[in-house]
Design a protein around this ligand. Structure first.
Ligand code: FAD
Ligand code: SIN
Length: 528
């Protein structure tokens, strides 16, 4: 079945929904999303959105903090653009009904997180993402120009390759014509032709054993873009959040927001000792890569599975008021955070790398834009500053609409695209193979491509990933397509890209730490 739309939006987190709302002023928008519309990393965001609202804070300080965290790999022009456009996008959210917490005098109650030199995080209690997602969904649902297709899984981007042109023929001028999409409830595969395609598929957390990301985060967008020959960069910079709740068996790992450390909570090892002063003068509020490595080191040194977050010196009434969601969650597993220490562990959280885009969100493929976590914009460099990603998603989505709104008048649909070809495939009977291989992938990535890396471990990972890749391709080629096999294939693809790029970087920088090169090279380039 063929379907046509001006803007095809793949993903319904903050990037996809905000792009859709803005684009709907200029044409027909179709949003596809692989499960329900609300399920996304966005929904779980806790701490909030960083933006300069009042003095004594100013843009220069936010820019400086972002550059310091990014460890020399940020694109300075992009950093300036995102931070100065931030307040405008925040106003947009407020106009859409998003409520940020305020003080009694009506000013915003701005929180603090690691790496920030000022309180500048707008938040809604400790569930900012849910508040934003809900308000965006309400508005999108009521828009006559927006169609929402839930349980629609993007299989692949459509390019000239699907017209039969060999890869080498169009390498420098690849054009995106839409995507092949499966309705996962019926199995039907649709050919959705679009003038502009917006890739907003979010993160990759599930390629690791412990992650804060919900199960939708399997790196599909990066893998699809890679297969379509888009430029992918900086995949070695995987951000581990220092403090996920240690609760074995729970997936995703429940996040304990950095804002709690911003509120005064301290880290202790299992002997009860404070340890962050040994690692960085900013202690608990040092940039995330430093805190995560410090915790990893303490755990290894003492042979522990976790360290503690201590909020017991903060009055219980304040904890309940500012962190009601976390308070309730901890209580549900027998931890009263006003009197008990909270066991925490680092967890895969955010991908700084992804599909390379320019200042307008355009990828290296014509008519394909990308935004949110799937994109590598240059804002984060080698390590994202806390709460900069929701902001980045808004600014880039807005700019992508501005860049593409007139372009759609010049683009024709590519009617010659054939429908999906599944000749010679049969029903995959051994679904258990898929879940086993996914677990193996998570083990490989966690053991060999985690917080601390070495050449030996990275090479070992590559060898094992190669075997997984061969086995999975073999199953993929002969099976009737389904979401499980595609996600596995995408996740292996992403694991491979992370490992390859980690091996290529002969230094330690930001989130990438290799014991064989425990130093930084002098280069200061955005492109890897
Ligand atoms: P997402 O919100 O992840 O949305 C991706 C969408 O794509 C989903 O709808 C998914 O179903 C869909 N999708 C994926 N693959 C396919 C496919 N193949 N076909 C169809 N649909 C597909 N950042 C901050 O700035 N501040 C915070 O306080 C903060 N807290 C966080 C807390 C947690 C627990 C987590 C996990 C992240 C947090 N982050 C925070 C990071 C931030 O939430 C994310 O980076 C951001 O929400 C990503 O938005 P997105 O729109 O790019 O992707
Ligand atoms: C948090 O609330 O600690 C997460 C913030 C982020 O990932 O930016």
């Amino acid at each position: 079945m063929k379907k046509k739309t001006d803007f095809l939006v793949i993903g319904s987190g903050i990037a996809g929904l905000y792009f859709a709302l803005k684009a709907a002023d200029y044409g027909k928008v179709t949003i596809i999303t692989k499960t329900t519309i609300d399920e996304s990393n966005t929904k779980y965001a806790q701490g909030g959105i960083a933006s300069v609202m009042y003095g004594p804070d100013d843009f220069d300080k936010h820019i400086e903090d972002t550059l310091r965290a990014g460890d020399g790999l940020n694109d300075v022009e992009v950093v300036k653009m995102v931070i100065t456009q931030g307040p405008g996008r925040i106003k947009d959210l407020i106009n859409l009904g998003v409520e940020f917490d305020k003080n009694e005098d009506g000013t915003f109650d701005l929180g603090r997180e690691g790496g920030h030199s000022y309180n500048r995080i707008l938040h809604h209690k400790d569930r900012t993402g849910q508040e934003i997602e809900e308000k965006l969904i309400q508005t999108v649902r009521n828009h006559p120009n927006i169609e929402i297709l839930e349980y629609h899984f993007a299989l692949d981007l459509i390019t000239q390759h699907h017209l039969g042109y060999p890869v080498y023929y169009c390498q420098d001028n690849i054009v995106c014509f839409g995507a092949y999409v499966q309705d996962t409830r019926t199995g039907e595969i649709k050919t959705i032709l679009s003038k502009i395609t917006y890739l907003a598929t979010g993160g990759i957390g599930n390629i690791y054993q412990t992650t804060t990301n919900p199960s939708i985060a399997t790196g599909d967008g990066i893998a699809m873009a890679y297969r379509a020959k888009a430029k992918i960069i900086h995949m070695e910079f995987v951000q581990f959040h220092p403090t996920a709740l240690y609760n074995p068996g729970e997936r995703p790992a429940f996040l304990i927001t950095e804002a709690l450390r911003g509120f005064g909570a301290k880290l202790r090892n299992t002997k009860g000792e404070l340890f962050m002063e040994k690692y960085h003068p900013l202690k608990e509020l040092a940039p995330r890569d430093i805190v995560a490595r410090a915790i990893d080191n303490e755990m290894k040194k003492h042979g522990d599975d976790y360290v503690y977050l201590d909020a017991t010196h903060i009055p219980g009434v304040e904890l309940k008021r500012h962190f009601p969601n976390i308070y309730k969650k901890c209580l549900s597993i027998g931890i009263d955070m006003s009197t008990d220490l909270i066991p925490v562990v680092p967890a895969a959280h955010y991908s700084c790398g992804g599909v390379r885009v320019d200042m307008t969100g355009k990828t290296s493929i014509e008519n394909l834009y990308a935004g949110g976590e799937v994109a590598a914009t240059g804002l984060h460099g080698a390590n994202r500053l806390a709460s900069n990603s929701l902001l980045e998603a808004l600014v880039f989505a807005y700019n992508s609409v501005e860049a593409s709104k007139n372009l759609i008048k010049t683009i024709d649909f590519q009617d010659a695209i054939p429908d999906w070809n599944d000749e010679g495939t049969t029903l995959l009977e051994e679904m258990v193979l898929i879940s086993q291989e996914f677990k193996e992938l998570q083990q490989i990535m966690t053991n060999y491509v985690g917080i601390v890396r070495s050449n030996l471990r990275l090479h070992r990972a590559l060898k094992r990933l190669e075997i997984l890749y061969q086995e999975t391709e073999e199953i993929y080629d002969r099976s009737i397509i389904n979401q499980g096999i595609c996600e596995l294939r995408n996740a292996i693809n992403v694991g491979y890209l992370i490992t390859k790029m980690a091996l290529r970087r002969k230094e330690s920088r930001g989130l990438h730490f290799n014991v064989d090169y425990p130093y930084k090279l002098k280069e200061n380039r955005f492109l890897s």
